[in-house]
Design a protein around this ligand. Structure first.
Ligand SMILES: [Zn+2]
Ligand SMILES: [Zn+2]
Length: 340
């Protein structure tokens, strides 16, 4: 092992086709107190990475390395670490650290922590051959999933799971899903395993095909009418104009949960048409570690099938461009971290 590693960093945020993500060489980071270092073996490509690279999410530090669906093998332990051993396969996700002391942390709502840090935004992430993470914030990974399949579970899966819980879907309820990419296709499987009747609306014909193959009740384009009123919906597409459509399709007392960290502007709502009759609109802000553990356990029991598109690590920029231009369905995952 040399002293430097390959990585991708965000230079000047801008349209993905203008090359905002640059290949760099950087010193291999050393773990400090409470931290462990992972040799990255796979890293999922999340839509949030695209928002960061394009500047929808303002960068929090110059030349940050994106990536927060990290599958890695522990390769060095910092001082005062006790939870993992060199050689363990673990996963690192979006939530990198919380303060543990604010009123939200103390109320078991660490997803709302006032002083959180996020992987691949505040601290360097997994578009790199090595990454340093806090040992208390990594997950044990179910053995039945290989490195590539398990990567998208770490954000797409966990955040989708929280969105499902936030949608307050009743038992055997009717669930609408708007947008059907990496996160939605995992969430739909969890919902169906719990008995939900799932309806998918997306403008992508390929994604509709994937939804159909997973066994949802109905598929259609974004504005196609629903065959039944919905108890709950989750908006995965980062498109604010879908919000009124989704609210109008809810039954009385229904809830729309918005799963993304970024959403384009929501057009004006009409109280009578969109909110009256006790319809609810909720957002999802990160997740707790408990959400993460609950989801990974559920995913293992259900045996979720993960639709992945592997890209060599050396082509992370192409993976992001393909995500932007909807050139694949399911989730992109960076692999082959050695061969560059
Ligand atoms: Zn806190
Ligand atoms: Zn993510």
């Amino acid at each position: 092992m040399g002293d430097t590693m390959r990585a991708w960093a965000v230079s000047t945020p801008g349209p993905v086709d203008s090359g905002p993500l640059v290949a760099i060489e950087r010193e291999i980071p050393a773990p400090t107190r409470g931290q462990i270092r992972l040799r990255v073996v796979a890293c999922g490509v999340c839509r949030t990475d695209l928002h960061l690279v394009e500047g929808d999410l303002p960068p929090r530090r110059p030349l940050v390395i994106p990536g927060h669906e990290i599958v890695g093998v522990v390769d060095a332990l910092g001082p005062e670490t006790t939870r993992h051993s060199v050689g363990d396969r673990v996963g690192a996700a979006w939530l990198a650290h919380t303060c543990g002391e604010c009123r939200f942390c103390l109320a078991d709502k660490e997803n709302l922590c006032l002083y959180p840090t996020f992987t691949g935004w505040d601290i360097d992430g997994g578009y790199a051959q090595y990454v340093v993470v806090n040992e208390d914030y990594v997950y044990a990974l179910p053995v039945q999933f290989n490195d590539v399949d398990v990567a998208p579970l770490l954000c797409a899966g966990i955040i989708g799971y929280r969105a499902l819980r936030q949608s307050a879907l009743p038992e055997e309820g009717r669930l609408g899903i708007y947008g059907f990419g990496g996160s939605a296709h995992l969430t739909a499987q969890v919902a169906m395993a719990e008995g939900a009747r799932v309806h998918v609306r997306t403008r992508s014909p390929e994604a509709r095909e994937l939804a159909r193959s997973l066994g949802v009740i109905s598929v259609g384009d974004t504005d196609d009418p629903l065959p039944e009123p919905l108890d709950a919906s989750i908006l995965f597409a980062p498109v604010g104009t879908i919000v009124p459509t989704a609210l109008a399709s809810l039954d009385r007392g229904g809830t729309l949960a918005i799963a993304g960290i970024y959403l384009s502007d929501i057009p004006p709502l009409n109280y009578e048409k969109h909110l009256f009759q006790e319809r609810n609109l909720r957002s999802v802000t990160a997740n707790t570690r408990e959400d993460g553990r609950d989801f990974l356990e559920a995913a293992a029991i259900i045996g979720v099938s993960v639709s992945v598109n592997p890209y060599p690590f050396s082509q992370a920029d192409r993976a992001l461009a393909d995500l932007k231009h909807e050139r694949f369905t399911g989730a992109a995952v960076l692999v082959d971290f050695d061969s560059w």
